[in-house]
Ligand binder design. Structure first.
Ligand code: FAD
Length: 502
């Protein structure tokens, strides 16, 4: 016997990446035949059409759905991603990487970066990035399975993907529809709420159809049709810390190698992304409209393409911040409907995934337990704020003097939570990961050290280990990593062999 207060009718509004990720994941509720999942989307409104770089947890999501990696990469014309390369962020002419996976290995339970800080001061360390396999492989344009003789605890591989967003949504749609999700095409024109408590009863489409539900998932993008327009969740604005509010996006043919990394190049009023896929490269300039005009931004991006453009420049507007509550009454917002952080660290799709995971973990019954809703909102807020701080760090720790936007973000007051992390690191290279913080110590070290934030001291425990032993261990690590990276196949060849489109 099933529980009598089980939710039997879930309605997802919106069919972008968020909507179809939610539909694919929630399709497992249909399995026992008691719950229906309906997705409503409007072809005339369309999707945001960007969002093509991811981080490693996406693999867990795809695995949860049982997706085959090769079929997924074929369908989405995807490529592998090992790192983000940051060009000119620290200062013009400087490049560093934020690779996946750890840097080095701890020695006697003391953090690797602490040893590096000491040896770097003494001029005895290689570049920090030379101690990370993904970063070295990315620089060599390599990707593939490590040969057995190069597999060891010193050479962990971690990867994510670049993919065509429209094709990913289509791939997930096939998955969801095969498992019983019902798609309805139509434009939502009104939202019906129960007079007694404001819970959503139904949405009404432009042809008069009424779609009833017990739980609604708002995936309507920036407009937040249910969560904001109907339920007035409110928006916490972070544009004083993250002033970029527009992007101009272009797709072009790829004249260069399909690199296994995303590139982010700092520009006068923001930064430009480069995301290589099998069939094209996506690029775009994220900028602050207070510092540069749309035309100037479009000219900049057109002057910095990798190949022949296949689309016209398209301008998108946004505002950094989050809904005050992502879950209100019987509505949970996912994706752009729940908030926005610029795609500097490819975190939006991850936040959709994290929202779905939390929703499944706290899946409601018809009574909608307020304790569970509060916990969902608390966890959601903590997570996006932690990511916000990490993104602000990239802007704040810059030496790009003489440019209005960059001078502003370098000198502005930052969130207390980030200030605390910076103070701890500047003291003696300390870092602590809080709760389920997405970015681990290795990510923070990549950006802090990459952007030349150097602590005054290093951990005193480092001096308890003979310097000659440290130097030997570090050199062994560097050469082991280098040899492992060189043993990998060329990324484009690997893709052609294993994942080429049919
Ligand atoms: P959308 O794609 O906007 O989908 C909204 C859906 O709601 C559509 O199906 C639309 O038809 C439907 N809809 C809206 N109103 C109605 C209505 N009235 N009736 C019926 N249907 C309606 N994220 C990353 O992780 N990595 C990246 O590299 C990345 N790059 C980005 C670059 C830019 C410039 C921007 C702006 C975002 C980027 N993102 C990135 C974020 C990413 O694009 C989004 O998180 C992702 O695409 C999810 O979007 P969505 O599904 O929430 O919204």
């Amino acid at each position: 016997m099933i529980q009598p207060d089980l939710i039997r009718n879930v309605v997802i509004v919106g069919g972008g990446t968020a909507g179809w990720m939610a539909a694919a994941a929630l399709s497992r509720l249909i399995a026992n035949g008691v719950t229906s999942v309906t997705l409503v989307e409007s072809d005339t409104i369309g999707t945001v059409g960007v969002g093509e770089a991811t981080i490693p947890p996406i693999r867990t999501f795809n695995e949860m759905l049982g997706l085959d990696e090769r079929a997924f990469l074929q369908a989405t014309r995807g490529s592998y991603k090992l790192a983000i390369e940051f060009v000119d962020w620290t200062r013009p002419g400087h490049t560093y990487q934020h690779p996946f996976g750890p840097f080095g290995a701890d020695i006697n339970a003391v953090k690797f970066h602490q040893f590096w800080l000491k040896m770097h001061r003494e001029g005895r360390a290689a570049e920090f990035g030379d101690y990370n396999l993904c970063g070295v492989a990315a620089r060599l344009n390599r990707f593939g399975a490590l040969p057995p003789q190069h597999r060891s605890p010193l050479t962990p591989m971690s990867w994510a993907y670049h993919f065509d967003a429209a094709r990913y949504a289509r791939f997930l749609r096939d998955h969801a529809e095969t498992r019983g999700v019902v798609r309805q095409e139509g434009k939502v024109v009104s939202v019906e709420q129960r007079p007694e408590d404001g819970f959503i009863d139904a949405i009404v489409l432009d042809d008069g159809r009424r779609v009833e539900g017990e739980l609604f998932i708002d995936c309507t993008g920036f407009r937040g049709l249910l969560i904001e327009q109907a339920l007035k969740a409110g928006f916490e604005d972070w544009s004083h810390w993250l002033p970029c509010d527009r992007a101009v996006a272009v797709q072009c043919l790829n004249d260069n190698a399909i690199s296994p990394f995303t590139r982010s190049t700092a520009r006068e009023a923001g930064w430009q992304w480069r995301i290589p896929l099998q069939h094209r490269v996506g690029t775009g300039y994220v900028y602050s409209s207070a510092h540069i005009s749309d035309d100037q931004a479009a000219d900049t991006v057109m002057a910095n393409l990798d190949g022949k453009p296949v689309t016209d420049p398209r301008i998108l507007s946004f505002r950094a911040g989050r809904r005050r509550k992502a879950w209100v009454k019987n509505c949970v917002a996912l994706g752009l409907a729940s908030g926005f952080l610029e795609p500097l660290e490819s975190t939006s799709i991850h936040l959709i995934q994290a929202g779905i995971t939390k929703l499944l973990a706290l899946f409601p019954h018809r009574g909608f337990d307020p304790v569970a809703i509060d916990e969902y909102n608390r966890l959601t807020n903590v997570q996006i704020e932690q990511i916000r701080d990490f993104i602000i760090l990239h802007y704040h720790a810059n030496e790009r003097t003489g440019l209005d936007l960059w001078d502003h973000v370098r000198t502005m007051a930052i969130p207390d939570s980030l200030q605390h992390k910076l103070d701890l690191f500047r003291g003696a290279g300390r870092f602590f990961r809080h709760e389920d913080e997405l970015f681990a110590e290795s990510s923070w070290m990549a950006v802090l050290i990459g952007q030349n934030v150097m602590p005054q001291r290093y951990d005193p425990l480092v001096d308890s280990i003979p310097e000659a032993d440290v130097a030997r261990a570090m050199e062994e690590l560097r050469t082991t990593i280098r040899a492992a990276a060189e043993s990998l196949p060329d990324h484009a060849d690997f893709l052609a062999r294993h994942c080429a489109a049919p």
